[in-house]
Design a protein around this ligand. Structure first.
Ligand code: ADP
Ligand code: MG
Length: 314
């Protein structure tokens, strides 16, 4: 006791002998100089994703991470979107959602990068066409269930995804998929209008529910519609000759340019939908159709989808 008191007194008289707290190491801050690019993983509308080795010891023992940054031409206009994507992903914890690892900030702090876990088999859109043989219908239904579980969790956190598609679902291993792109995700609270369609070739409009196309309104039920389109992609093994874009364009006729969205709304309002893919059992197609009810309030929910999909796999 006396000794402790003596030390306390000594410290008061002479603050420099007080042990300094070790500097806080924030494991979510990645230093740019230790981040070594291995290869490109993919590109989307605004950003690109690279596989990097984070190797602070400099002896190649580091870990592989996926690093998302904005393409230089989008830096200015999209930086708040990437910052928002980071904030959203940071707060999400679910086995079917890609894991946030941290950020990397450049000197000055203008260009920020998102560091996430590396999901090694790439997106379903890359994976499925190359693994048709080893992917059974029941595996596709299991992937669908997992996507619904991730989406149900996202909805429970009051987020709408707005860009659910096979290109944004990542394959961790033969059994497990994760939702992997939250760039367009919005909190239900901030209800601003959004999104003009620049290039119809790679446009998400073919994944959009009618209310999104006509009023730029997004509900949880709008994500359900997109899930139906995503499920359609899964069942066709993401065959590009049967892709939603290819089929909708053949329904409405190509080369309408600016008119594409208007024509798309017209065929949807007439009740036309993507066809039942070859080899798709009727009950599975029925489930997709329940996602494509014209009125959002009549669509099936993610919870019901999970139940029905689970029953089908038994
Ligand atoms: P964007 O917002 O620009 O569409 P995405 O997040 O969808 O960017 O990433 C683009 C592509 O990069 C994906 O389609 C996928 O192929 C690849 N990718 C993205 N994140 C990862 C990851 N964590 N692990 C492996 N590949 C990824
Ligand atoms: Mg994407």
């Amino acid at each position: 006791r006396a000794i402790v008191r003596d030390i306390d007194m000594l410290e008061e008289k002479n603050p420099s002998i007080k042990p300094k707290p070790t500097p806080e190491v924030d494991p979510t801050v990645f230093e740019k100089r230790f981040l070594k690019k291995i290869r490109e993983l993919g590109e989307g509308h605004f950003g690109k994703v690279e596989l990097c080795l984070y190797d602070p010891r400099g002896d190649r023992t580091g870990e592989q991470v996926a690093v998302k940054s904005l393409k230089p031409e989008n830096r200015e206009e999209q930086s708040t979107n990437l910052a928002r994507e980071i904030d959203i992903l940071k707060a999400l914890y679910h086995e079917n959602i890609v894991k946030y690892k941290g950020i990397c900030q450049e000197e000055g702090g203008q260009a920020i990068k998102l560091i996430m876990e590396y999901v090694s088999l790439g997106s379903l859109k890359d994976y499925l066409p190359r693994h048709k043989k080893d992917t059974s219908l029941s595996t596709l239904l299991s992937y669908s269930t997992q996507i619904c579980k991730g989406m149900d969790y996202l909805g429970s956190q009051n987020y709408i995804h707005r860009d659910l598609a096979a290109r944004n679902v990542l394959v961790e291993n033969e059994r497990t998929v994760k939702i992997g792109d939250f760039g367009l995700t919005k909190s239900i609270k901030d209800n601003e209008g959004y999104y003009t369609v620049k290039d119809e070739n790679d446009s998400p409009v073919f994944w959009y529910a009618p209310e999104c196309l006509t009023h730029c309104k997004f509900y949880l039920a709008s994500d359900v519609w997109s899930f139906g389109v995503t499920m359609y992609e899964l069942i066709t093994y993401c065959d590009s000759s049967k892709s939603p874009m290819t089929l909708f364009l053949s329904m409405i006729g190509r080369s309408h340019g600016q008119m594409t969205v208007i024509r798309l709304v017209k065929v949807l309002t007439e009740g036309r939908r993507l066809p039942r893919p070859e080899g798709c059992p009727e009950p599975v197609y029925e489930l997709m159709r329940k996602c494509w009810e014209q009125l959002p309030e009549r669509r099936i929910t993610f919870k019901r989808l999970i139940e029905e999909l689970t029953n089908m796999q038994q």
